[in-house]
Design a binder for this molecule. Structure first.
Ligand SMILES: Cc1ncc(COP(=O)(O)O)c(C=O)c1O
Length: 565
């Protein structure tokens, strides 16, 4: 049975067992089995019969994938000293002050059941008082059942207390803040739609747009690289780093971009960021002032729109047709925009590739008006048909393109690593703005990723995943043609991890998506990608996370959802 708020420790059953059928490498596991603490230092290998006995003896052991066993335990947070203040000047005796503080923290829910309490010695040292009043207070709290002693864990907050706070209050009793006076958030933040109000964003199954074939990610290899880097921490990597990110990773990215994307750059121009979203944020802060006009593709990527809204920009929706962003229409709508945001390799959400002539028109417009082009190349690794498409940045003779890439699609989104290729004369501004935002990116994933690329795993991974996603795309297209040809019109489908479909009959995609979410079917409505008044109705169907053999069923469920009135 899974305890609430579990934390997981892993018992690795290594390669060696699989090969010999006898020995098990036993690592990173620290748990009490048979009454004693075993760790890999004292027990590097155990025999198969011992494992069977071990597994059988542990109640919360769940078998996971790849011969991993997960040990699920109730979380007991460590004994960080809670905020307790005592005053020698007070007429209340010290032991009473300590007792009152702990009791209040427990009753208000700030200390939870099972949470460890500092030892009397530690608390006395922290408070700069003798141990006697602390011992007295602990004895009383133990006596009254607020604390309990646990073998191996010292003193903890009693497990028989309810986890929920007992004091009523606007923050569930956890905060004593009084809500009063005007509580208006900024007008800019109030414009953004609430994340939790969109039910189709809450799921993790078919047809979520951001789902990947994570079961095919080489996690063992990734874990090994991660473990190597974690074990060999050098002191220099613990200090503040450079706002541009780690040199090693930037160089690895340069050679990939030059070869695979025809991007013209060197490592001095690469800034590592936490995904495209931060890249857009930094870029907009560097290039835009409030009220500047920015062309956005219509329909377009809503999260990019939100960044420009937060920057106080006036966004100008520019229609997208079969050739990508309609530059002539953009000129008519607003010739003097300060910037344009485009996905020329695979327009989001329609999937169109921007034609060569539109690319040249866009570059000419930018050069003649002094506008910036922000190129989002978010999933160009996955192109299944035709020749690879070079980046717009590679065509740019005037250094007007800021090129943005991400590892969210090609590795996994939680890695939160992306990059910006910055025109050389803007590097200094980007560095200054980045320094003011989050200073520099965290090291560990950058190191692991540069190892992953430099050792050739990245290229192999892309090649393997391209074949897998191509199969999944074909399966989706085949099922849609078979089951929904009369209901949905499919748009371009030779790249990426989603395809967009339009509803042939008048219906509200948002209403359908809301209903479908109740049945664990996640349809991202197309209409919300439009800013203008005539949105088209349809869905953005992610296929990355759906295995080929599950695709027909997913499409049949989609058909049922569309038939429901
Ligand atoms: C158009 C577009 N750009 C970028 C991203 C990736 O964003 P991030 O790198 O912040 O995860 C996505 C993800 O779905 C996307 O659709």
């Amino acid at each position: 049975m899974r305890a609430s708020r579990p934390f997981i420790r892993t018992l690795y059953v290594g390669e060696r067992l699989r090969r010999t059928g006898r020995l098990i490498s036993y690592r990173q596991c620290e748990a009490r089995f048979f009454g004693r603490l075993w760790s890999y230092r004292c027990l590097p290998f155990i025999y198969q019969p011992a494992l069977t006995e071990l597994v059988g003896s542990i109640k919360h052991l769940e078998e996971g994938r790849n011969s991993h066993y997960y040990l699920v335990m109730k979380r007991v947070p460590s004994s960080i000293t809670p905020v307790i203040a005592v005053s020698r000047k007070s007429s209340t005796p010290l032991h009473r002050q300590i007792y009152d503080s702990f009791r209040d923290l427990i009753v208000q829910g700030n200390l939870m059941s099972g949470q460890q309490i500092p030892s009397t010695r530690t608390l006395a040292e922290e408070l700069g008082i003798s141990r006697f009043p602390v011992l007295n207070a602990y004895a009383q709290l133990l006596g009254e059942g607020y604390f309990e002693g646990r073998i191996g864990s010292g003193t903890v907050v009693s497990s028989s207390l309810p986890d929920q706070p007992t004091l009523p209050g606007p923050h569930g009793g956890r905060s004593t803040r009084i809500l009063s006076g005007p509580r208006q958030p900024s007008k800019i933040s109030a414009q953004l739609p609430g994340v939790t109000s969109e039910p189709w964003l809450q799921g993790r199954a078919a047809f979520v747009g951001s789902q990947l074939a994570l079961d095919h990610f080489p996690f063992n290899l990734w874990s090994r690289l991660l473990a190597l880097r974690s074990r060999k921490i050098v002191e220099a990597s613990l200090h503040y780093g450079h706002p541009m990110g780690l040199r090693d990773l930037r160089e690895a990215i340069v050679s990939y971009l030059r070869t695979a994307r025809a991007v013209r750059c060197d490592a001095e121009q690469i800034m590592i960021v936490s995904g495209s979203q931060q890249a857009l944020d930094i870029t907009s802060r560097v290039l835009l002032d409030p009220k500047d006009r920015v062309w956005l593709e219509e329909p377009g990527y809503t999260l990019a729109r939100h960044i420009f809204m937060m920057a106080g920009s006036r966004v100008v929706p520019v229609p997208v047709d079969q050739e990508g962003l309609d530059v002539a229409a953009g000129r008519k709508l607003c010739a003097k925009a300060k910037a344009v945001y485009v996905c020329p390799s695979h327009q989001y959400p329609l999937g169109v590739v921007m034609s060569a002539s539109r690319r040249l028109q866009l570059l000419n417009w930018a050069q003649s008006t002094g506008a910036w082009i922000i190129e989002d190349d978010y999933d160009s690794e996955y192109r299944y048909e035709g020749a690879p498409i070079a980046s717009l940045q590679g065509l740019d003779r005037y250094s007007r393109v800021i090129y943005i890439g991400t590892f969210s699609k090609v590795l996994f989104p939680s890695v939160r690593v992306g990059y910006v290729v910055i025109p050389t004369d803007l590097v200094d501004r980007f560095v200054t703005v980045r320094q003011a935002m989050d200073i520099f990116p965290s090291n560990l994933h950058q190191q692991v990723l540069s190892d992953f690329i430099n050792q050739g795993h990245f290229e192999r991974h892309i090649r393997r995943m391209r074949a897998i996603y191509h199969d999944r795309l074909n399966a989706l297209v085949g099922s849609l043609r078979k089951d929904l040809a009369g209901t949905l019109k499919m748009l371009a489908s030779g790249a990426g991890l989603h395809i967009t479909v339009m509803l042939k009959e008048q219906a509200s995609d948002v209403a359908i998506s809301r209903r479908a979410a109740l049945q664990n079917l996640w349809l991202w409505p197309l209409s919300i990608c439009y800013l203008g008044s005539a949105p088209r109705q349809g869905f953005i169907l992610g296929f990355g996370g759906i295995p080929v053999d599950e695709m027909p069923r997913a499409v049949r469920r989609l058909r049922a959802a569309l038939q429901e009135k």
